[in-house]
Ligand binder design. Sequence first.
Ligand SMILES: [Fe+2]
Length: 182
Amino acid sequence: MCEYCGCQDIATIAELTREHDAVVAEISRIRTFVRDGDIGGAAVVARRINGILRPHTLVEERGLFPHLALEFPEHVAALQREHSEIEAVLAEAAAPVPPGPDWPRRLLEAVENLREHILKEQDGLFPAALSILDSSAWTSVEAIRAKVGSEVSSNSTPGVAHRRHGEQIHGVDADLQRTHQT
Ligand SMILES: [Fe+2]
């Protein structure tokens, strides 16, 4: 688990984790807005999540994924596909044409998928990155971060998005984790 493998000691991973934490907090606000029928409020939060994810996804897709894809091509392709699918639903909140009546349901489904996606990255991708990337690779990831910035302050503490120690991991993250440990 990333709390124990040491990946949080890498500044790049700690920053990605802070962004995950911020997104997870926003997801619970979306649930509340949709439950209360406040679709305008949900749209504001969806735009905020997309603002956090824009630089975050660039760091992952241009920085981490190319290194990890050599060893885990299918896992990385699946994570990339999830990025596109989730962001497409979130982006409807900013589209010139208002989202259709089924958008709140699709939004809830997308943010639930996003929460699972974040756990896969925390439990599989980040520990695997720790074992695969060398110092020059980390420098290139940091250069991408320096270019794209972040919507999340570095003062917040990582941890909310982490799965608790002992909880079962499964699917893609379990495969990544197993390979990482061997
Ligand atoms: Fe992520």
